[in-house]
Design a protein around this ligand. Structure first.
Ligand code: ADP
Ligand code: ASP
Ligand code: MG
Length: 415
């Protein structure tokens, strides 16, 4: 008997019919002789609807009350799914985050999981019931409800799988796996049968929302193999596996031979540029200190070489943090002294990812050539061993994804 954790996202839970479909799938897995834990998200659009409501009243960053509100979306989902399973002849019990003791830190809106108490789930499974767990939520040391950030149900599922030492962790969504890029943007995208955790982490961190980045990080750390599949039809999806790990008798090395594995994009991006900053030790630290204190995640950072004792610095950050960041940075003007402070909220980051580029020259040139030929201007460039990211005007995002997909001939990758 295997223990299988299945996660169904918002689209898969988007209507009563779809919830009944999830119930059928969970029951089929259970009837095949497995123990089943189903982790679910709020019904499609619900988290955004709740956030809009809170926005109409106004709220603080990392607001305790916003987490109380957002967590209700998943509460609705688990109850409806448990009812649907029962209606179809199964036995299921639903659990909120605090009931399965998903213990987190106290950072509301982006809490990190610390521990999970597997016991209540194991007891329920031992009684032959299907366990339905609310994704995206946990409880902090004070007993307050926390949420895990956008896409957080993926993390809930991976963490449950790790805590229960599950045999499989299946992530179901509206796509049948992980593609070379978002198949909804580029029709030539190809499904990747197996991808290394490292490459998936890079793709997810750079915006490929098919998996939440932190869930992949967790999977890597606790060696949980993930199977991303379609909620709507059977068949193999894509496996995310630790690099070099053994699976189905063969060794997995990502997409061996391919220089580039995929293209990711992140439209939730803004760019801030500060000019005429004093070129002296401590300037950059002074600039980023208040942003770090406000838990604002700064991303691509480019500083130009100093000239006449002055320098310029640009960085990207999530679009919805831009106004707060500008306000915090303006607050430094009197003490730090700088020239213009420019914010552009209509930018996006497009990234080319591949472990193979470590040893392959000319990848950056190919990327810049493709964008240049398409008439797309690059504002900022950042590279690591296995990625090249370009910050461009948001309106060119989809075009950039397609031309880069073509430039690296990703449609020809072996599936
Ligand atoms: P869920 O609501 O089930 O969590 P998401 O909407 O978060 O699902 O993730 C699935 C979506 O991820 C797909 O609809 C697709 O548009 C998008 N996506 C982005 N990049 C990729 C990729 N490389 N492969 C597959 N899907 C991708
Ligand atoms: N409902 C949450 C969100 O919209 C959790 C999830 O979907 O994973 O991000
Ligand atoms: Mg998701």
């Amino acid at each position: 008997m295997a223990l299988i954790v299945q996660k169904f996202g918002g689209t898969s839970m988007g209507s009563i019919e779809r919830i009944q479909n999830v119930a059928r799938r969970a029951l089929a897995t259970h009837k095949a002789g497995n123990q089943v834990v189903v982790v679910v998200s709020a019904m499609a659009g619900e988290t955004d609807r709740l956030l809009r409501l809170a926005g109409e009243i106004g709220h603080q960053p990392q607001d305790r009350e916003v987490d109380v509100l957002l967590a209700t979306g998943e509460q609705v989902s688990i109850a409806l799914l448990a009812l649907a399973i029962r209606q179809q002849g199964g036995v299921a019990r639903s659990f909120l985050g605090h009931q399965v003791q998903i213990r987190t830190d106290g950072i509301h809106g982006s809490a990190r999981i610390r521990t999970i108490d597997a016991q209540p789930v194991q007891e329920t499974l031992a009684q032959g019931e299907i366990v339905v767990v609310a994704g995206f939520q946990g409880v902090d040391e004070q007993g307050d409800i926390t949420t895990l950030g956008c896409g957080g149900s993926d993390l809930s599922a991976v963490a449950m799988a790790a805590a229960l030492k599950a045999d499989a962790c299946e992530i179901y969504s509206d796509v049948d796996g992980i593609y070379t890029t978002d198949p909804n943007v580029c029709s030539r995208a190809r499904r990747i049968a197996r991808i290394s955790c490292e490459e998936m982490l890079e793709l997810a961190s750079l915006g490929a929302k098919v998996l939440q980045a932190r869930s992949v990080e967790f999977a890597l750390k606790y060696k949980v193999a993930l199977h991303c599949r379609s909620a709507f039809h059977d068949g193999e999806g894509s496996w995310v596996v630790p690099e070099g790990s053994e699976m189905e008798g063969s060794s997995v090395q990502g997409l061996e031979g391919a220089v580039v594995t995929g293209i990711a994009y992140d439209r939730n991006t803004a760019r801030i540029s500060v000019s005429d900053l004093p070129d002296r030790p401590g300037s950059a630290a002074a600039l980023f200190r208040p942003l770090a204190a406000a838990h604002i995640n700064v991303n691509v950072i480019i500083q130009t070489p100093g000239l006449d004792g002055r320098t310029a610095l640009s960085f990207t950050l999530p679009r919805n943090d831009a106004d707060r960041a500008v306000q915090l940075t303006e607050g430094l003007r009197a003490t730090l002294g700088f020239g213009a402070l420019i914010v552009d909220k209509q930018v996006a980051k497009v990234s080319v990812v591949g472990a193979g580029m470590r040893s392959q020259p000319g990848v950056a040139l190919r990327c810049f050539d493709a964008l240049g030929e398409a008439g797309i201007n690059i504002f900022l460039i950042s590279t690591s061993e296995i990625k090249i990211s370009c910050v461009i005007a948001d309106r060119f995002t989809e075009l950039a994804v397609r031309v880069l997909h073509d430039a690296f001939e990703l449609e020809k990758l072996p599936g």
